[in-house]
Design a protein around this ligand. Structure first.
Ligand code: NAD
Length: 361
């Protein structure tokens, strides 16, 4: 049966890295008879230029038909002066809300050959394998009321609202408990329950859920401590679950522990298993068009797409193994090259070639 993958390359390095991931998907398709069919749409700045909207109706129609979506990145300095509602980044928020992609999975996995590229000492990060489960469609990024108003005293005031209801907390909680069950059975819920009422409810709901998962050990941690612990002793964590804002920040901290933001994939899922897969990094306008971007985060996102949306775990494993082989062989894009290492420095296209070659070894 044909499985449709919608490609949304977006802006900056997005098209370069998505192109490499597509080539890798085509290569595993040929080996595993996955019968993939690719469609392509606009999102972000390119969509603003072509149709005046960051998430146009045509893209929306394709997204609602697709079995899975692979996105590059959106945004760039040329759109920074647009009003908030018209900026490319709105396209991302819109597609997440449209498809109800409430669960964001961000693995932070350190490949042994990249240990020297981590921002922490090798003994602290050796064996690092943390999964951050971030709620993606609620919290302060979506809460109303929001805005900037001029008060009666003439002073301008900006405000946002952090808001979660118990149904939203419970559904992300369940996926996090289930993820912990499939791993080492440890789940840490991150909140700020000493100050924020919304996270007091979060903690209460997580605690109530834990009785349904007796094989998972639940702990709680305040977000400031969690940020500190991630850089002090990251291996104490297995699965972390948290809200939208805290998850955004903690997953970027975890990114640095793995050596480069260019290595980190992510998956955003809805209740039906449709997923949007994208690298954690942005559009990197500073290196766009240089053939120097690291495509591995997008290639690893494609592996997650095969595993979570297309039920092709063997093909996913094959891609992940190929990435490990390429790193072991010493191939590096600039972002993960150690200053004095003998590694072969290669570009975006050559990294795609190397992964494809490793698939067929
Ligand atoms: P960024 O992730 O684009 O770049 C941060 C730094 O990391 C830059 O030095 C960049 O060159 C480098 N980098 C990022 N990805 C890389 C890769 N694959 N290979 C090698 N180096 C890489 O973040 P930023 O500079 O804060 O934002 C740039 C633009 O991207 C902004 O317009 C921002 O709004 C947008 N953005 C989009 C997303 C997304 O689409 N999900 C996420 C974050 C930022």
């Amino acid at each position: 049966m044909t499985q449709t993958v919608l490609l949304l390359p977006g802006d900056g390095i997005g098209p370069e890295v998505v192109w490499q991931a597509r080539r890798v998907l085509e290569a595993v398709d040929a080996r595993h008879d996955l019968d993939l069919q690719f469609t392509e749409g606009d999102i972000g700045g390119i969509a603003v230029e072509r149709s005046g909207q960051a998430y146009p109706a045509a893209t929306r129609a394709l997204a609602n038909e697709a079995d899975a979506i692979l996105l590059g990145a959106v945004g760039g300095p040329q759109w920074d002066d647009l009003p908030a509602q018209e900026r490319p980044e709105r396209g991302l928020l819109a597609i997440r809300a449209d498809l109800d992609l409430f669960c964001n999975l961000r693995p932070a996995l350190l490949f042994p050959d990249l240990i020297g590229a981590s921002s922490l000492r090798a003994e602290l990060v050796s064996g690092l394998d943390v999964l951050i489960v971030r709620e993606l469609t609620g919290g302060i990024y979506f809460g109303e009321p929001r805005g900037v108003v001029t008060r009666e005293d003439g002073i301008r005031e900006g405000f946002n609202t952090d808001r979660y209801d118990e149904v939203e907390i419970r559904r992300i909680g369940r996926l996090a408990f289930e993820a912990a069950q499939k791993r080492s059975g440890r789940l840490c819920s991150v909140d700020k329950a000493n100050v924020l009422e919304v996270t007091m409810l979060w903690r209460e709901v997580m605690e109530a859920l834990s009785s349904e998962y007796p094989d998972v050990t639940l702990s709680h941690m305040y977000v400031d401590n969690a940020a500190m612990q991630l850089v002090r002793d990251p291996n104490q964590f297995d699965v972390l679950v948290t809200g939208n804002l805290f998850g955004d920040i903690l997953s970027d901290i975890a990114a640095m522990l793995t050596g480069s933001i260019g290595m980190l994939p992510s998956a955003s899922l809805n209740a039906q298993g449709t997923g949007l897969y994208e690298p954690v990094h942005g559009s990197a306008p500073d290196i766009a068009g240089d053939d120097s971007a690291n495509p591995l985060a997008t290639i690893l996102s494609a592996a997650m797409l095969l595993r979570f949306s297309l039920d092709a775990p063997e093909a996913a494993n094959e891609i992940e193994s190929a990435v490990a082989v390429v790193l072991e062989a010493g191939f590096r894009t600039a972002d993960i090259a150690e200053r004095h290492s003998p590694a072969s420095l290669i570009g975006t296209q050559a990294m795609g070639d190397a992964v494809i070659a490793a698939l067929t070894d």
